[in-house]
Design a protein around this ligand. Structure first.
Ligand SMILES: Nc1ncnc2c1ncn2[C@@H]1O[C@H](COP(=O)(O)OP(=O)(O)OP(=O)(O)O)[C@@H](O)[C@H]1O
Length: 863
């Protein structure tokens, strides 16, 4: 088995590194912290999902969420690809020759152990050697061996809480249970025999009952034929007697009717006579109804007459009222017409009057405003004064300029006087004495002062004039504004005065109409109630009254005619009430006669029927007599049959009860038999269980002693020893043989391993007394020997810095051992700093670090 390739993604310091192990000895080299051991960690993680850096999540490259390790392992023709996801264990996966064989961490772990054929702990103690741990095998050997031989499990197996003890206890309790089953078996057997006896007895009873049942059925059959005959007779008897009864009843009723024949006949004749006598009443009903109709019409005409008479009376009164009011109404309408005619003038007069008031008020207001303006100063005077002031200011400014010029002249003279070198007066041209100079200066300075005074006075004066001019300018503005307002007010006044005059003229023109209108209005107010009265009766006229009177005459004539007709009818009827009574009786008699006639016809036909009925009765009585039916005989036979049937049913019931009982007993019997069989099966186990308990006891005894363990160890020991010596021979050491002795130790005691080496002289040496190199050689050989004893062929060995902390001597010896190991182990992977190891390696894998990222280069060195 060989590790061919590993791919690390976001694993520790590796971001994305692919490493191929192409050589027999593959050296992984590089500076400290470059990421060499990380590659070994990757192999261990991918094989056993185990972290050598604490928590599994520590394996993820810092700053990444998860990492992946993918390893390829070859075993002969089979190439296994193992993929591990550090964080998402469910993504773990293994494929054999590209075909997936397991998924998920647990499944993949199980599959790998199957492929490697060795337990993880054993591999980690033998062929995977962590930094400086080669010799640890001497210490770990007892534990490793215990694990290999599963002796730990043997101890657990035989303890009083172990599985063998509980198996023994289980068998014992099973045997106890089977003892009880034996008793149960005997009881059930007795129960079964009792049940079988019961079934036999029931069967016998059943047979007797079947015979009884057949006998009863025969008796029932015989009596049933007789009964059927009697039943037929009885049915005929009942039919005949029934018919006879109804005939006799009919006969009785007919006879009763026939007895009444004469009485009905005379009654009929009497009624016919009576009806004949009152035949004049025929048609009396229509006379009565005509009379009622005429009376209704008479009442209606009388009502109409009354209403019309009242109407005419009222009409005549209203017509008289109308005539008396007619003149006033006419006068009212004329006045109203006149009023409407002059209404426009009246309204105009009113609105002009109120307009005049408004205008007069406005006029008064304007006059007051003019008054309030008072007397206005003359604008010309103000303007003149302003002009004068402006001229005066100009004059003052001019004289100010002239004086200022003189002042500058004088100042210049004073300056010149001070600077003059020659003795000549700059003013008068004469010789300039000092006195003269002083005099001129004083005069000039005095004049300058006067000038300054004058200038100040002028300025004062100008100031005063300007102030006055300002006041006047304001006054002028005020006068202009007042004058403008006055002009406007005067214009308005003139206009309004004209308008007032116009309105007054117009009012005069309209005044007559206004007064007339007012007079008419008063008159109309007085006439209005009469006019309203008139309007109420204005519709009444003579022609309509005449028409009403004519209608009254017609109604009276009609009423007269009607009353004559009523009188005629009453003459025919006589007393109305009496007539009505007679008419009612006449109608009742007619109805009675109708019924009597029907009765009479019916009795006549019954007279014939009576003869027929009598004959039939005689015949029926004869037939009944001949039938010779006896009800008592029938009842007795019926009762007998009923009893027989009940007896038969009782027998059948008894039969089915016994049958049910037999069936239930049979089911019980089947159950009992199967239970007995089951118990018997259980009881058959007893000898086997007794045998088993003996064996378990024996096994516990054997396993709890040291005999078996020692036996297993002795076999395994010689295998390891032989392998060890074979390997050591290849290492070319100067020992003839190395022996291993194991003391397994107890459950709590750690075991002991004694390794001795024999030199060529035959002397034995303890491991402690050997040289460092010899010890390393034996340790390495021992690791390989153990692994080889468990696997046919060791595929690989991984070593992390095996030479670290070793002195030169030991290092050299170890190098030799590694070189020789190649003959046994096809693939060695070594992490090293050692140049000498690099030399013996045939494939170099260099690891460097750039920033926080490991970079792998293969087949050559990287500086
Ligand atoms: N989770 C992680 N992410 C990134 N880098 C890590 C992580 N864990 C450890 N490292 C860094 O990875 C680097 C490689 O460590 P590794 O043990 O592989 O180095 P090495 O080459 O074997 O060094 P030495 O020769 O000193 O044993 C170290 O610098 C370590 O600090």
């Amino acid at each position: 088995m060989k590790i061919e390739k590993i791919f690390l993604q976001n694993f520790l310091s590796h971001e994305s590194s692919e490493i191929n192990f192409k050589g027999s000895i593959n050296a992984i080299v590089g500076q400290n912290g470059a990421g060499k051991t990380s590659i070994i960690d990757g192999i261990v993680f991918s094989l056993f999902s185990e972290s050598s850096r604490g928590n599994i999540k520590n394996l993820v490259k810092k700053g990444k969420s998860t990492g992946i390790v993918q390893t390829e392992i070859r075993d002969g023709n089979n190439l296994y690809l193992i993929k591990r996801d550090i964080v998402n264990s469910s993504n773990d996966f293994i494929a054999k020759n590209n075909i997936g064989i397991a998924r998920g961490r647990k499944e993949v772990d199980r599959k790998i152990q199957e492929i490697l054929k060795l337990d993880k702990d054993i591999l980690l103690s033998t062929v995977i050697i962590r930094q400086g741990e080669i010799e640890n095998i001497f210490k770990e050997l007892p534990d490793v061996l215990k694990k290999i031989l599963k002796i730990e499990n043997l101890e657990k197996l035989t303890s009083s809480t172990g599985p063998l003890y509980s198996v023994q206890k289980e068998i014992e309790s099973e045997l106890k249970y089977l003892e009880n089953r034996k008793i149960e078996y005997e009881n059930k057997k007795i129960e079964k025999e009792k049940l079988e006896k019961e079934i036999e007895e029931s069967k016998k009873k059943l047979e007797d009952l079947e015979i009884k049942k057949i006998e009863k059925e025969k008796e029932i059959k015989d009596n049933s034929a007789k009964f059927d005959e009697l039943k037929r007779k009885r049915d005929r008897y009942l039919e005949l007697t029934g018919r006879l009864y109804s005939l006799i009843e009919r006969k009785k009723s007919v006879e009763k009717d026939v007895d009444n024949y004469d009485k009905i006949k005379s009654e009929k004749e009497k009624l016919e006579k009576e009806i004949e006598e009152n035949s004049y009443l025929e048609g009396g009903e229509s006379l009565l109804s005509e009379l009622h109709e005429l009376r209704k019409s008479e009442k209606s005409l009388k009502d109409q007459l009354n209403t019309l008479e009242k109407e005419i009376e009222e009409y005549e009164q209203n017509l008289a009222k109308k005539n008396s009011l007619e003149d006033d109404a006419k006068r009212y309408e004329e006045l109203k017409e006149r009023k409407e005619k002059i209404e426009e003038a009246y309204n105009e007069y009113n609105s002009l009057k109120s307009l005049l008031n408004d205008k007069l008020k406005r006029k008064e207001k304007i006059e007051n405003e003019i008054k309030s303006l008072g007397s206005i100063p003359s604008l010309d005077n103000v303007n003149k004064e302003i002009d004068n002031i402006e001229k005066e200011i100009d004059n003052l400014q001019n004289s100010k300029g002239a004086i200022k010029g003189r002042k500058e002249q004088l100042i210049q003279i004073i300056k010149n006087l001070e600077n003059i070198k020659e003795n000549r007066c700059p003013v008068c041209g004469r010789e300039l004495t000092e006195e003269h100079r002083k005099k001129i200066k004083i005069e000039a300075e005095t004049e300058v002062k006067d000038i300054e005074k004058k200038l100040s006075d002028i300025e004062k004066k100008v100031e005063e004039l300007r102030a006055r001019k300002g006041e006047l300018s304001n006054l002028r503005l005020e006068i202009i504004s007042k004058l403008t307002k006055l002009r406007k007010l005067n214009e308005d006044l003139t206009r309004i005065s004209q308008e007032v005059q116009d309105i007054q003229t117009k009012l005069k023109e309209l005044e007559k109409s206004y007064n007339e209108y007012s007079e008419i209005r008063e008159k109309l107010t007085l006439l209005e109630p009469k006019y309203k009265e008139y309007l109420k009766v204005s519709n009444y006229d003579e022609r309509a009254l005449e028409e009403k009177k004519n209608r009254l005459g017609l109604i009276k004539a009609e009423l007269d005619d009607l009353q004559k007709r009523i009188k005629g009818l009453l003459e025919k009827i006589g007393d109305e009430r009496e007539f009505e009574g007679k008419l009612k009786l006449y109608k009742e008699n007619k109805n009675k006669l109708e019924k009597l006639k029907e009765e009479f016809i019916k009795i006549e036909s019954e007279k014939n029927e009576l003869e027929k009925i009598s004959k039939e009765v005689t015949e029926l009585e004869e037939e009944i007599r001949q039938l010779n039916f006896n009800e008592e005989e029938f009842e007795n036979l019926n009762k007998k049959l009923e009893d027989l049937n009940n007896e038969r049913i009782a027998i059948e019931k008894e039969i089915s009860t016994i049958e049910g009982k037999i069936n239930a007993s049979r089911d019980l019997l089947i159950n009992l038999n199967s239970e007995l069989n089951k118990i018997m099966e259980d009881l058959n186990k007893i000898p086997k269980l007794q045998n088993a308990i003996n064996k378990v006891e024996k096994l516990r005894k054997i396993l709890s002693g040291s005999g078996l363990q020692n036996y297993i160890i002795s076999i395994f020991k010689s295998r390891i020893e032989n392998n060890l010596n074979d390997i050591l021979n290849m290492f070319n050491l100067s020992f003839s043989r190395v022996t291993i002795n194991f003391e397994i130790g107890g459950k709590t005691q750690k075991g002991k391993v004694v390794i001795k080496a024999y030199n060529t002289a035959g002397n034995d040496l303890d491991i402690e007394s050997l040289s460092g190199g010899e010890r390393i050689s034996i340790a390495l050989a021992l690791r390989i020997a153990i692994a080889k004893s468990l696997m046919d062929e060791i595929g690989f060995m991984i070593m992390d810095e095996p030479t670290i902390h070793l002195d030169e001597e030991r290092k050299k010896e170890l190098l030799n051992v590694i070189k020789y190991s190649m003959n046994i182990i096809p693939q060695i992977i070594i992490v090293t700093h050692d140049d000498e190891i690099k030399e013996i390696s045939d494939y170099i894998i260099s690891v460097t670090k750039k920033g926080d990222k490991s970079i792998v280069k293969q087949g050559e060195y990287i500086d």
